[in-house]
Design a protein around this ligand. Structure first.
Ligand SMILES: [Zn+2]
Ligand SMILES: [Zn+2]
Length: 320
């Protein structure tokens, strides 16, 4: 099959790579489309030391099992379902897990990917492939609502005008009418404006140019180590900072404000697929027009470059 692999030597395209074999309980999925996300860019820079086929945002057609022939998306944590953590209801934190396209499990930048049957969700007919490819990152945005309770009067700041910032802004706008997005790129911020979301363009990542202690909740979707210092500067005493991006680099910052201002910091990662699928099916969340670039797998170099470019939004591989 056609596939992109990542090794210490970088990304490569293989016109005839061995297809995956489905382990017990796994289903092969014929990949139709797969999206590039910030994590893929970080992986390509060496984050997590991943080697194999990357890609964890995908829609495809199940080739076997209960859902054979159906269009599906897949949760990315492959958990053992038998350890203490899994039995306690925290399978995404299973210590025995692998993660599709991120940690010891080949991903979806290929014509076929092996996915645990229990991770699959079918996609309603009226949700398009272009919409379904957003389910995984959208579920991650919905995870914020699973973790903290938000009042409609809460002032929420979102740092970052990229893909995750956009999906988080739409999700949080459903519960608060005071969502403001802070970002550096005028082109990207326009997209938020089109959805009626308030935006502020900032000239730099210097926290002191931002309003101090003015938000009940600050969500860092900046994808950069500069996000957390900004968030800690902007959150009010006893407010909450949600860390939404995995950053390969190390933070260097003074944390005394966290104690003095009694700030709650919440790490946030994968979320509920069903809620993401329902919100797309009902039209509550709109992802139309977000795919700015489409490539075949052999053009991976241009694709990864586009995903890193401020003028692009979502970059997708057209596979099946
Ligand atoms: Zn991702
Ligand atoms: Zn487990």
């Amino acid at each position: 099959m056609k596939a992109i692999t990542l090794t210490a030597g970088g990304l490569h395209f293989h016109p005839s790579h061995d297809g995956p074999t489905a382990a017990a309980g796994e289903t092969l999925v014929h990949v139709l489309k797969a999206g590039i996300c910030e994590t893929d860019l970080q992986l390509a820079r060496g984050y997590m030391g991943f080697s194999g086929i990357p890609g964890h945002e995908f829609v495809g057609i199940a080739q076997s099992g209960d859902m054979a022939g159906q269009r599906v998306v897949g949760e990315i944590n492959c958990s053992c379902r038998s350890c203490e953590t899994c039995r306690a209801g925290r399978p995404t934190h299973c210590p025995n897990r692998t993660v599709i396209g991120i940690d010891r499990h080949d991903g979806a930048f290929a014509e076929s990917v092996a996915v645990p049957q229990q991770n699959l969700h079918s996609i309603p007919d009226h949700v398009s492939d272009d919409q379904a490819v957003f389910v995984e990152p959208l579920a991650a945005a919905f995870q914020i609502l699973e973790q903290i309770s938000i009042q409609s009067s809460d002032r929420i700041a979102i740092l970052g005008d990229g893909r995750l910032g956009y999906l988080s802004a739409q999700v949080l706008s459903q519960v608060s009418d005071q969502v403001t997005v802070f970002g550096k790129h005028g082109v990207k911020l326009l997209r938020f404006g089109h959805r009626g979301i308030t935006t502020v363009q900032i000239p730099s990542s210097d926290p002191h140019e931002l309003p101090a202690k003015s938000f009940d909740i600050v969500v860092d979707c900046s994808g950069s180590t500069t996000g957390l210092p900004m968030a800690l500067h902007m959150v009010r005493p006893r407010g909450t900072v949600v860390m939404k991006t995995t950053v390969g680099g190390n933070h260097q910052l003074a944390l005394s404000a966290v104690v003095i201002d009694e700030i709650k910091i919440v790490g946030s990662r994968c979320g509920p697929f069903e809620k993401a699928i329902q919100s797309l099916a009902s039209g509550n969340i709109n992802v139309d027009g977000l795919i700015t670039d489409r490539f075949t797998l052999d053009r991976y170099g241009e694709a990864f470059q586009a995903a890193d470019n401020a003028n692009s939004f979502k970059v997708v591989f057209e596979i099946g």
